[in-house]
Ligand binder design. Structure first.
Ligand code: NAI
Ligand code: MG
Length: 482
């Protein structure tokens, strides 16, 4: 690799021999792979070397019509009529097949999106399988999820997902929808369609009745056709706040339900009595995990004054040992930025941070020549009114401020248009309870960060979204209670 760091590591690349990728992927509609009506394809590339991996059919209006019609038919004829226990069996089957092919999925996820293989292998794919297992279990037990109430499915659900956790987001969306008896048209993000297409192969292998899951690729235009289709009963979306607002406006008055998982600007708070070394690891995980392409990333750090110098010095030292480079290398900590567009956005914010008077520190690592890369970056000397403190950057860029009292940091943490997640590091349980109660955010981690489980709901306040995913709250977004 091209870096020169504290230690040099021999490369340990994950092999790509075992994966099966085609040059061309079609749309998955009614249980079959079919080309788009107008025959269009677009490329998906590997952001770590800019090489084309495959081309993918681009769905237009007519294709969305077909996909929704097949989902509607499957809903009316098969899926809503099937005994819940039988539905559960199919979902278990998908979970097991995914587990069996975990290695292949991890490699493809890393190639298509740029995230380190260690993450796709240890986080994305196992959690995706866990989501299918968890929801398979609920399929025939919904009366225990909602005691005293009967549930009915919503019908056809349109699901639109982003590029930061392509397979995991597909699992978050599909598993609860299927378990509760809905059928689905899913649209993956245009830069990361491949693991969803591989999942379509698994769905076919699992013998899911045709039309229960349809997967269509394309960019914003394709998403719009789905959002505005009259036979869709619900839209579930994860992505930018702008598109979330567009969806809210589009479905207003239509009777369509919606859940929106949008942006974030999480406060990660370090008190003086925190275990400092663990907290520094926590900061690294909170902001540099997945190149900061995480809606719940701890992108605002608040350090109590007495330990600020120590924390920042240790953080800078630890940053120097982070390995940035080939995402397929098992040593890599930080992979490629997902797209040129996202890289440009990060660069724009970093320039803005400097122009606003922030003091920048970046690691000394050298970055590969080809592909989209950004070195881990921190800003000090920033204030609440700076745009890099208020706006979502979605990259490995951390804004650091100090504070003196608990009340001060709670006020600062809440001074954000977002409210998705947060972190608190302290030795005192009482402080944890105070901070977690007073900060308006959907998820707050204490003495850890970025931990997920299918049983715990995830969702935000304010501009971070509407509704939750995961757990019983997540299930409730896919049923009418009668
Ligand atoms: P985006 O919100 O445009 O894309 C997310 C998904 O929505 C993709 O599948 C996209 O094709 C689809 N989409 C785009 N426009 C649409 C429309 N009008 N109607 C229906 N579907 C539409 O996000 P983008 O442009 O890729 O990233 C921009 C910023 O959004 C990022 O820099 C980041 O700040 C934020 N973001 C947040 C995510 C999260 O997990 N909360 C995930 C991805 C991006
Ligand atoms: Mg790609």
């Amino acid at each position: 690799m091209t870096k020169k760091q504290i230690w040099d590591y021999s490369p340990a690349p994950e092999s790509t021999d075992h994966i099966q990728l085609k040059d061309q992927y079609d749309l998955f509609i009614n249980g079959e792979f079919i080309p788009a009506v107008d025959g269009k394809y677009f490329d998906t590339i590997n952001p770590s070397n800019e090489k084309k991996i495959a081309e993918v059919a681009e769905a237009g209006k007519a294709d969305i019509e077909k996909a929704v019609a097949s989902a509607k038919k499957a809903y009316e004829k098969t899926w809503s009529k099937m005994h819940p226990k039988e539905r559960g069996k199919y979902i278990y089957r998908i979970a097991r097949l995914l587990q069996e092919r975990a290695r292949e999925f991890s490699v493809i996820e890393t190639m298509d999106g740029g995230k380190p293989i260690r993450e796709s292998r240890d986080v994305d794919v196992p959690l995706a399988a866990a989501h299918f297992f968890y929801h398979a279990g609920w399929a025939d037990k919904l009366e225990y999820a909602f005691p005293g109430r009967a549930t009915e499915p919503l019908g056809v659900v349109g699901q639109i997902i982003p590029w930061n956790f392509p397979l995991l987001m597909a699992a978050w969306k599909l598993a609860p929808a299927l378990a509760t008896g809905n059928t689905v048209v899913l649209k993956p993000a245009e830069t990361t369609p491949l693991t969803a297409m591989k999942l379509a192969e698994i769905i076919q292998e699992a013998d899911l009745p045709p039309g229960v899951v349809n997967i269509v690729n394309g960019a914003g235009e394709t998403g719009k056709f789905l959002v505005n289709h009259g036979d869709i009963n619900k839209i579930a979306f994860t992505g930018s706040t702008d598109v979330g607002k567009y969806i809210m406006k589009s479905v207003a008055g239509s009777g369509k339900k919606y859940t929106l998982e949008l942006g974030g600007k999480a406060a990660n708070i370090i008190f003086e009595d925190a275990p400092i070394d663990q907290a520094v690891e926590g900061i690294i995980n909170a902001i540099f995990f997945n190149q900061g392409h995480v809606c719940c990333a701890g992108s605002r750090l608040y350090v109590q004054e007495g330990v600020a110098d120590e924390v920042i010095a240790k953080l800078q030292k630890r940053m120097e040992s982070l390995i940035v480079g080939d995402p397929l290398d098992k040593n890599t900590d930080i992979g490629a930025i997902n797209s040129k567009m996202q890289l440009d956005k990060i660069k724009m914010y970093v320039k803005l941070g400097k122009d606003e008077g922030g003091k920048i520190h970046q690691t000394a690592c050298s970055l590969p020549k080809k592909g989209y890369w950004f070195a881990p970056t921190i800003f000090t000397d920033v204030s609440q009114s700076n745009r890099i403190v208020q706006e979502e950057i979605f990259g490995p860029v951390l804004a650091i401020q100090t504070f003196r009292t608990v009340d001060e940091v709670i006020t600062k943490a809440n001074n954000s248009p977002y409210g998705l997640s947060g972190g608190v590091w302290t030795d005192k349980g009482s402080k944890i309870f105070k901070v977690t109660q007073d900060i308006r955010a959907g998820v707050i981690w204490a003495n850890t960060f970025n931990k997920f489980d299918p049983s715990s709901p995830f969702g935000g306040y304010k501009e971070s979204g509407v509704g939750s995913e995961g757990g019983i709250e997540g299930l409730s977004g896919y049923v009418n209670l009668v």
